[in-house]
Design a protein around this ligand. Structure first.
Ligand code: NIG
Ligand code: FE
Length: 432
């Protein structure tokens, strides 16, 4: 049958495919292999990548196929859409007064103790109905799309009772249906112990005996996550909750070693978790264990920024130990209100010693591995979804170097244009 190419994208001065080939997730020296094609092109058919390579290679591959639409990137850079594998994007209000308190010297855990932090957002989410929560969150993630994010993971965890956790999870699922983004859902009932469970132990029982089975029954989440932290969920409680999650078929994730060094990374590896996230205070043993495992180290540099902290996860140690490093925003109303993947990439470069190439692979293909979407998104390879971003730059290293500016020009999801900067060609500094 005659092939139809829905979209032919030409003129990429640098096309970063982030392809993995035989390697699987990118570790050690492979993390800096962005799969660069100079003068690259991509052909899309039925929303999927049909051909990718140099212009000559792609034109030869498509031969006499009918081309419905051709777009010339005009000497700009083309990347896969970002994958943000760790967010808490469903919430009510930002807690920016707490941001100021932290700058003035209060710690995150002190703010929690006096009724701020996660518990404050829980009060807001419980009082907000599903439709309103959906609308607020929809607008937020559409803004992330403008920054080139085409796949996002979202956690529940501001409900902390069965009714409100299910409400959040329904919102997360509807966001996947009602926006162009692919949304992956994580149940995080164990984000905090709510005020009404003063002993804490009764809440662990509620999570294990009622919430996990109910979420599994409703099919509302793919992963389960626990905030394993001093004063939140202990190592023992985290293990119990995650083992119950595993029995119900969830993939496992942990907020590990964020504020104190509890051994969360080691636990993640022992449980065969998909990912261990944060890791600012990961121990040397945790680094070694991650290096020898399939558990992905998801690093969240925007959180250090939001916590007004100059401590970051030891990205270089992890990369050198062979760990699979990914990047995410941790977008949430308290510790990480930025929600910008390009900013996460920029901080990873300037503050954590990752090169631009490493940070880009960590925010695309390795991030896709962190949410089990490596077969669908995260790289520009034949058969995957055509999630592509044209960046208004001549060199991919401008993306982190020019931090704080949204340099994306056109965002494609499944081959469709889902966002385009107004008049970007007239305002562009490229190709004059
Ligand atoms: O990943 N660490 C725990 N949870 C979030 C914070 C959420 C919030 O402050 O609302 C985090 O940083
Ligand atoms: Fe988080």
């Amino acid at each position: 049958m005659h092939d139809v190419v829905d979209l032919l994208l030409l003129g990429a001065v640098q096309l970063l495919t982030c392809r993995t080939g035989e390697q699987g997730p990118k570790r050690s020296k492979y993390l800096s292999d962005v799969g660069l094609v100079v003068n690259g092109a991509v052909a899309v058919s039925k929303g999927r990548i049909f051909a990718v390579g140099t212009r000559e290679e792609v034109e030869e591959r498509i031969g006499a196929a009918t081309v419905e639409r051709t777009i010339d990137a005009g000497g700009r850079v083309v990347l896969p859409g970002w994958v943000d594998p760790h967010t808490h994007a469903v919430f009510t209000n930002y807690r920016s007064d707490e941001y100021e308190s932290r700058i003035l010297g209060d710690s995150y855990l002190e703010i929690e103790k006096r009724g701020g932090g996660i518990k404050r957002t829980v009060r807001g989410v419980r009082e907000t109905d599903e439709e309103q929560l959906l609308e607020l969150s929809r607008r937020r993630i559409l803004r992330m799309l403008e920054y080139g994010v085409t796949t996002i993971e979202i956690k529940s965890g501001y409900g902390l009772d069965l009714i409100n956790e299910l409400k959040m999870l329904r919102v997360i699922s509807r966001l996947g249906e009602e926006t162009p983004l692919d949304v992956v859902s994580t149940f995080m009932g164990a984000h905090q112990k709510p005020e009404e469970h003063s002993s804490g132990e009764t809440y662990v029982r509620l999570v294990v005996d009622e919430m996990i089975p109910a979420v599994a029954r409703e099919g509302l989440a793919e992963f389960i996550d626990v905030f394993c932290e001093k004063g939140v969920f202990s190592i023992g409680e985290t293990r119990e909750i995650l083992e119950a999650g595993k029995r119900h078929g969830f993939g496992l994730k942990l907020h590990a070693d964020e504020i104190t060094s509890l051994g969360g990374a080691e636990l993640a590896v022992d449980l065969g978790a998909t990912s261990a996230e944060h890791l600012i205070k990961v121990s040397p043993l945790g680094v070694r264990k991650l290096g020898q495992s399939q558990t992905i180290a998801v690093l969240l540099p925007c959180t250090s920024l939001g916590l007004a902290s100059s401590r970051f996860a030891p990205a270089r140690d992890l990369i050198e130990a062979g760990a699979i490093v990914a990047l995410a925003t941790d977008f949430n109303p308290g510790s990480a209100p930025s929600g910008s993947m390009p900013l996460a990439v920029a901080i990873a470069c300037s503050q954590m010693g990752m090169t631009p190439a490493e940070a880009i692979c960590a925010g695309t293909i390795n991030a896709a591995y962190a949410i089990g979407r490596e077969g669908e998104v995260g790289s520009i390879e034949v058969g995957k979804k055509a999630d592509l971003v044209i960046y208004d730059v001549e060199d991919y290293r401008e993306i982190p170097a020019r931090a704080g500016i949204n340099l994306s020009a056109v965002v494609f999801k499944g081959g469709e244009t889902v966002w385009e900067r107004e008049g970007f060609r007239e305002k562009s500094e490229v190709g004059i």
